[in-house]
Ligand binder design. Structure first.
Ligand code: LLP
Length: 423
């Protein structure tokens, strides 16, 4: 299991490459990913039979390719994610060992067409999906995503279980779903549960009990159980990793119990998003203004919530470090508020859930110094927007000590492409 470690507030390099070099070569704001960190996190989970990356966390095709090269398969929540997965070399249509699974609570019309045409197995998060698939593709195998009636997340917005959540099939509707599957000549070959992101071992272990009950009800058609995603990572020194051995053993014990009851082997999947990529990612920005508002000192960056939305959405804490442009390795620390360039008061990276602005102790910095938002690899770039007509940042992957541009910064022309003034 990885150790929480320290969070340096001065940084001169990322994955062995000088921050100043990265800024010079790729500009700011840019997302920088460390391939070695992703491979390490993949290896932590090798006890599971299948590691299915929840690509919604970070879906650049270079990252997907890295996962594929290291034995990881993917889920997809949209036609776009199916397209990305295939671009990265994942093959649809392997029924026994699906490389791509469509997991969602609805089929939009495009996604339904794509899964049927490509033969992509579906993890159904709503009873209606079973009927829709039954109509178009009788004879399909499906997984059911069950909402066990409870959930847990790092914020209410990332809790995906219980009756206030829209996700999954309500556990008491299982019989109805099995009848729907029968009517559509659909086989239920797997059960999946994901109760939320950044949850703890206690809640995760409750899922095992719920899983056992559901699989016993469904019976011998079940070949796969999925522990879902939600493995937390520490974003600050007060948080920790879950004990992965303990976590695996809980799941393995449930699996063995069920295997004894069903009389056949079960495949045990895990579906992490952030665990694989959060720590690999750094949002590199330049400080463009340092100003005083009464007692508060503000560092204003060229990156905003258009680049990293987590602080404004969930009050998420991201470690921050400064790379001084003059290469100095020590600076006195000061209390600062860190904000972005957007015309919106909430564009503040140092805030708590509910939008309360707070300060952070960071090295004293000047215009032209770089500020790095760390542990930003999961739900960072993928949740970016063009608000204020800001181009999406560049993405850079550092592999074997060499940085590679894996997505070019958007141009202004890219942003207006497709817009038309009517005659
Ligand atoms: N599986 C399913 C079905 C999911 O819906 C998710 C996350 C995962 C796996 C992966 O969860 P993870 O291991 O990454 O926690 N934007 C939020 C997180 C939303 C997660 C949505 N679903 C954030 O920045 O924290």
């Amino acid at each position: 299991m990885p150790v929480v470690g320290t969070f340096p507030t001065i940084r001169s390099e990322i994955a062995g490459v000088s921050v100043l070099e990265l800024a010079k070569q790729f500009g700011t704001p840019s997302y920088i990913y460390d391939a070695a960190s992703i491979v390490e996190r993949i290896n932590d989970l090798k006890q599971f039979d299948v590691i299915r990356f929840a690509q919604k966390a970070c879906s650049n095709i270079a990252i997907l390719d890295l996962c594929r090269q290291n034995g990881v398969v993917v889920d997809a929540v949209s036609g776009g994610e199916i397209h990305r997965a295939m671009k990265a070399g994942f093959k649809p249509g392997n029924v026994e060992h699906p490389e791509i699974v469509y997991t969602a609570d609805i089929f939009d019309r495009e996604a339904l067409e794509m899964v049927v045409k490509l033969g992509i197995p579906v993890n159904c998060g709503s009873p209606d999906m079973i009927d829709q698939l039954g109509e178009k593709a009788p004879g399909s195998n499906i997984t059911l995503r069950i909402n066990p009636g409870f959930g847990h997340g790092h914020s209410q917005k990332t809790n995906t279980g219980g009756e206030q959540s829209k996700h999954g099939i309500w556990h008491e509707q299982l019989d109805d779903c099995l009848q729907r599957a029968d009517r559509g000549n659909i086989a239920v070959t797997g059960i999946h549960m994901h109760i939320g992101s950044g949850t703890d071992l206690h809640h995760l272990s409750q899922v095992c009990g719920a899983m056992e009950k559901v699989v016993e009800t469904v019976g011998r058609s079940v070949k796969t159980i999925s522990a879902g995603g939600g493995l937390p990572i520490p974003y600050n020194t007060k948080q920790s990793y879950v004990d992965l051995d303990q976590y695996y053993q809980l799941w393995d014990a449930s699996r063995k119990k069920l295997e004894a009851k069903l009389g056949h082997k079960l495949t045990l999947e895990i579906e992490p998003g952030r665990y694989l990529v959060a720590e690999s990612g750094y949002l590199l920005s330049e400080i463009r203004a340092v100003k005083q508002m009464g007692n508060n000192t503000f560092y204003l960056l060229d990156a905003g919530f258009n680049n990293l939305a987590r602080p404004i959405l969930y009050g998420s804490y991201h470690p921050m470090s400064i790379a001084p442009a003059n290469g100095s390795t020590s600076r006195p620390e000061v209390d600062v508020v860190v904000g972005g360039p957007l015309c919106e008061s909430g564009d503040i990276f140092t805030q708590e859930e509910g939008g309360f602005v707070c300060t952070r102790k960071l090295p004293q910095a000047n215009i032209g110094d770089y500020l790095i938002l760390e542990r930003a690899g999961a739900y960072g770039f993928v949740m970016a927007s063009n608000y204020n007509s800001k181009p999406l940042a560049a993405e850079v992957l550092i592999k074997n000590g060499k940085p590679h541009l894996v997505r070019a910064r958007q141009s202004h022309e890219d942003i207006t492409r497709g817009e038309v003034i009517p005659a």
